[in-house]
Design a protein around this ligand. Structure first.
Ligand code: ZN
Length: 309
């Protein structure tokens, strides 16, 4: 698949191409569905006037009373998650590896329990179905300005000490109990909630810090090595496919404002490099879910690694 800013991720035919490519076998897939409609920050609307939540723990796929506009927004986000799940299943069935990235489910906020993809049964089913593992991290341990608690679920294994294994745990009222510790061990001055200079503070946190790109590249290279050790599909080839959807969280439901959110567009990029010492993968992940205020287009990036063995 070629990189193109004209790709529209709402277009089923693009996904059919992606699924067909993954079904060739031997791919390593990194997916990061848009997380803006899952944002915990929206539960602080009483403190900072702004977007209202579109879903919660009881209404994982969106409140039933949403306006037609908000219903369309939440359903588009659901569609991306569903298609990413299918991509993971296709990838796994063809002997590939996958990993999903999304904000950690941190439980109760303002007496409300926000919705999270980590509550979706379709996501949790990947654990028994594919033998997936799940762990959470604080991105500040990978070079980010704030902890930005983040969860991964997939078939890429790691023994990195910065990764806290296991599903999120909660007490009786839904308050977060781990596996991430309460404190990351740093003192952070940068605020993630609210607004600074009229921009949502969550916006600059959308990109992956370099350390996280390096960590993911390491996972992928490990997987590529294991392909080389006798995967039935790809004896001599490991391929990486990274889907990163990024949408702005500032575009809709600002008070009195109209939506400037256009159709979701995607770009698809490909590249090749030799396994064992390449860092070009890192460049595949320069944008993550949550979106920055300067981009309103989800991106899809592909990388292919040819094993030099
Ligand atoms: Zn920290």
């Amino acid at each position: 698949m070629e990189l193109s800013p004209d790709h529209d991720l709402t277009d089923l035919s693009i996904w059919e191409d992606i699924w067909a490519t993954l079904a060739e076998g031997g791919w390593t897939l990194i997916v990061s569905p848009p997380c803006n409609t899952f944002s915990r920050a929206w539960f602080h609307f009483q403190d900072w006037p702004g977007p209202r939540p579109l879903r919660n723990f009881n209404w994982l796929r969106g409140f039933p009373w949403l306006s037609q506009h908000h219903r369309a927004v939440v359903e588009e986000a659901n569609l991306f998650v569903d298609r990413c799940i299918r991509a993971c299943l296709v990838c796994h069935s063809a002997g590939g590896k996958f990993i999903i990235e999304h904000p950690e489910d941190l439980g109760l906020v303002k007496d409300e329990r926000p919705g999270s993809i980590w509550q979706w049964i379709e996501i949790l089913d990947l654990i028994p179905t594919c033998g997936a593992i799940t762990f959470a991290i604080q991105q500040c341990h990978f070079g980010a300005l704030t902890p930005k608690p983040t969860r991964f679920l997939g078939t890429l294994a790691t023994d990195d000490k910065r990764c806290h294994a296991g599903l999120p745990r909660f007490d009786k009222i839904g308050a977060y109990k781990g596996p991430l510790p309460k404190s990351c061990g740093h003192v952070h001055k940068h605020k993630l909630l609210g607004k600074t200079a009229n921009k949502w503070n969550t916006s600059p946190s959308a990109s992956y810090p370099p350390g996280l790109c390096e960590f993911l590249a390491g996972l992928v290279l490990n997987a590529a090595h294991s392909f080389g050790r006798g995967s039935k599909n790809q004896q001599d080839k490991g391929q990486t496919f990274s889907a990163v959807n990024s949408t702005s969280d500032t575009d809709f439901t600002t008070p009195g404002g109209s939506s400037s959110r256009g159709g979701a567009k995607a770009s698809l990029g490909g590249g090749s490099s030799s396994v064992g010492g390449s860092s070009s993968l890192v460049t595949a992940k320069n944008s993550a879910c949550g979106g920055s205020s300067s981009t309103t287009t989800p991106g899809l990036t592909a990388e292919k690694i040819i094993n030099s063995r």
